[in-house]
Design a protein around this ligand. Structure first.
Ligand code: VG1
Ligand code: CO
Length: 543
């Protein structure tokens, strides 16, 4: 095998964000851009020589080419083995599982998750470590440092490897092992859940719909929900992964999964509806006539966990990202287990899961998962819900009503302002930061601020810390607003405003969340002056 050394000028915009490096397809298509980043990953992890890695992705445009680049830069670096999903397909949780199952040293996931794909869309590259989880900040910092000083990369000068056929081939001395993307993951799911109970529920006439949004979960959902659990053929819709996700935005929320929402709120709705995102790590849960917010979903799974065979012995603890509602905190308190509050992004759950301190984790952005892998897992959440519904015999609506009656309801919404000019978004955040010390005691309408800070986190296991993770303002009585800038966008800034209020009055548990949260929404605008600073009259996306 010939190895080529290609001299480059370092790229100055390769800082990984919340979940890997995401850039426009155009940027990633520039000569050497991807190659340089992959080389920087090897440099950041102390070289790839002799290592075994997993490789896969969400099937988006550019990934075919990107997979070949990763293989060739890995071969040039002396990697021993790459285990690749057929056609470069692996959902993020399936990749995490494969890393763990095969005891690989890590993996590369080619995904920009929910960001649109195609020539005008985005591309992403994530590096996961030997525990199967996203690289912690110490590692992404080293990778970033490497991108800034890199002056050359090395690449195998060889024809493309056929990754559409199962089995082993070689690229120089490196073994390329092509595996079925679904088999091992499906086997894991069968071990975790009560498949007999779910199949029985479905055989009894329970109807479901799963929207794969033309993204990676289609093949997984077909096997699990239709073939193994007996859901009617066609229950999984938009099941073929397409390079441009059918022109859609594979983000599982009521806005982007509108078709599913309309079905679920319509006259002949199935009993259960769900969707997943581009790379299969997030989920949306609905029932007939009812949408379950991701924060509530986490709380409901925690409260009903012992119905799931994998959790029969109870949960060690739970964790949620800071902007996620406190619904799960109330469940943890009732169960007498610890509840950890971490910064946004799954990488912060890894050490808690590895140390056995938590079993269940979740984020308000529709990421839910457990210690079965080290990523959030969309289909896992769907199966968890089906398992709980099958074992309790309740409908989604009844399960929610019972949950709120017992624990109270944390009304929750997120308002996103997308594509805001970066300096205007910074003005909003700076303005808030400047007020923090004076806020406690301040009255905003009927609300009184009880505490305000810029969230900082110290990992209780390894002592690592993260600062500047979002402005958090709490009000007396359990209401809260959080302001944070997204770390996954590729154009301008996205300002996220997370709003929450606890309601325990049994007569007020079925309100419209936007109405229930009106005083908190007004207080947030009062504090942040988003309209004045950004010129925006209203959020672009409300979930
Ligand atoms: C968003 C979500 C965050 C999630 C991240 C990656 O990040 O808010 O909860 O972990 O996406 O998910 P941000 O920085 O844009 O708020 V995924 O499914 O895009 O890998
Ligand atoms: Co995702």
């Amino acid at each position: 095998m010939q190895v080529k050394t290609v001299v480059i000028a370092p790229f100055d915009d390769q800082k990984p964000g919340t979940s890997g490096l995401r850039k426009t397809t155009a940027r990633f298509s520039e000569p050497g851009y991807l190659e340089a980043y992959v080389q920087a990953i090897w440099d950041g992890i102390g070289g790839v020589a002799g290592k075994a890695l997993v490789l896969g992705g969400d099937g988006r445009f550019f990934n075919d080419h990107a997979a070949q680049v990763v293989l060739k830069v890995a071969a040039a670096g002396g990697a021993a083995r790459i285990i690749v999903g057929k056609g470069a397909i692996l959902s993020t949780p399936a990749a995490s599982h494969l890393i763990r199952l095969r005891k690989a040293d890590g993996g590369i996931i080619l995904s920009a998750s929910h960001n649109p794909g195609g020539l005008k869309g985005d591309v992403g590259v994530k590096y996961n470590g030997a525990n199967g989880g996203p690289a912690p900040e110490a590692v992404t910092d080293r990778i970033h440092a490497a991108t800034k000083t890199l002056t050359a990369y090395t690449i195998a000068d060889a024809p493309d490897v056929d990754i559409d056929r199962l089995g082993e081939t070689r690229l120089g001395d490196m073994i390329v092992e092509v595996v079925d993307p679904v088999t091992d993951y499906a086997a894991l799911m069968e071990r975790l859940f009560d498949f007999d109970a779910i199949a029985g529920l479905i055989a009894g006439g329970f109807r479901l719909r799963f929207d794969a949004m033309h993204a990676v979960t289609g093949p997984y959902a077909k096997v699990l929900l239709e073939d193994r659990l007996g859901a009617a053929p066609g229950s999984v819709v938009n099941a073929t992964p397409l390079p441009d996700f059918g022109g859609g935005h594979p983000d599982p929320n009521p806005i982007w999964a509108r078709e599913l929402m309309e079905t679920m709120m319509g006259p002949d709705a199935p009993d259960f509806g769900a969707a997943s995102d581009g790379d299969g790590d997030r989920n949306m849960i609905t029932g007939r006539g009812v949408y379950v917010t991701p924060s509530d979903s986490l709380a409901v799974i925690a409260a009903n966990a012992t119905n799931i065979p994998a959790f029969a012995g109870g949960l060690a603890g739970v964790a949620r990202s800071m902007p996620t509602s406190a619904a799960v905190d109330r469940v943890a308190e009732a169960l007498g287990i610890a509840c950890h509050e971490t910064p946004t992004g799954w990488k912060y759950f890894g050490s808690l899961l590895d140390a056995g301190r938590v079993t269940l984790c979740g984020e308000e952005s529709a990421g839910t998962g457990s210690d079965h892998v080290r990523e959030k897992d969309g289909l896992w959440a769907v199966l968890a819900w089906l398992n709980i519904l099958a074992r309790t015999g309740k409908s989604v609506a009844d399960l929610m009503a019972d949950h709120w009656a017992r624990f109270g309801r944390n009304y929750y919404t997120r308002h996103d302002y997308e594509g805001v000019e970066t300096d205007r978004a910074a003005l909003v955040m700076d303005g808030l930061r400047a007020q923090l010390n004076d806020l406690p005691g301040r009255k905003l309408g009927a609300l009184t601020v009880s505490a305000a800070d810029d969230f900082a986190y110290t990992d209780p296991v390894d002592g690592s810390s993260a600062t500047g993770q979002g402005i958090r303002i709490r009000f007396e009585g359990g209401a809260r607003v959080v302001f944070r800038l997204s770390g996954t966008g590729t154009v301008g800034a996205t300002l996220r405003v997370y709003l929450e209020r606890l309601e325990t009055d049994p007569a007020a548990l079925a309100l419209d969340p936007q109405e229930a949260l009106a005083p908190v929404i007004a207080a947030a605008e009062d504090l942040a002056q988003i309209r004045a600073f950004t010129g925006r009259e209203a959020p672009d996306v409300i979930t």
